[in-house]
Design a protein. Structure first.
Length: 188
């Protein structure tokens, strides 16, 4: 395990002083409206994208199934991620943008609570992308899921943040993250 200098890293609130995990106490935090948006991409072939767009995949309407799966995933986040708090989810949207050889999944989750919904947005995107993969694997076993990331969050003590605004980031980890995962088509 690498040694981390505390002056370089923000406090890891999910760790107790002895290094064991804990669920953070959020009972003193004020209730605020919080929202987060995440994205991810499923890369496949142009032929599969034609089938997907026309709703002609062997398993049926992949996007309808994936949308419901993503919504269910957001609602189940605290059951899947051990230290996430169960939250009263107010709204979940899951959307798709079809490209020539990829489908981009985006999810926005909203709550009125004491902790953020970034993990719920990431889980919604992940589960929706996995569902798209499941629906296309009969015709493309080599589909690839990539680029799952938070695009924006709002509310809470740390305020609003977005990938677009990350260049002006301040704090102990400023500039340490490479930013959005944009790159060549991984199927090329």
């Amino acid at each position: 395990m690498a040694v981390v200098n505390e002056s370089q890293t923000p406090e890891l609130t999910h760790l107790r002083s002895d290094g064991t995990a804990q669920m953070v106490d959020v009972s003193a935090k004020p209730v605020t409206v919080r929202e987060a948006t995440a994205t991810g991409t499923v890369h496949t072939t142009t032929q599969v994208m034609e089938l997907l767009g026309a709703g002609r995949l062997p398993k049926g309407d992949a996007l309808a199934v994936a949308r419901v799966a993503g919504i269910m995933g957001a609602k189940k986040t605290s059951e899947l991620i051990p230290l996430c708090h169960p939250l009263p989810i107010s709204k979940v949207t899951v959307d798709f943008v079809l490209g020539a050889s990829a489908v981009t999944v985006s999810a926005t989750v909203k709550t009125r609570g004491v902790t953020g919904v970034e993990m719920e947005a990431l889980t919604a995107v992940s589960v929706a992308a996995l569902s798209v993969y499941d629906m296309v694997k009969a015709v493309d076993k080599h589909a690839v899921i990539s680029g799952i990331q938070v695009l924006a969050k709002s509310g809470g003590k740390s305020g609003d943040w977005s990938v677009a605004g990350a260049a002006g980031e301040t704090g102990p980890l400023a500039g340490s993250h490479p930013g959005p995962l944009a790159g060549p088509d991984v199927r090329a």
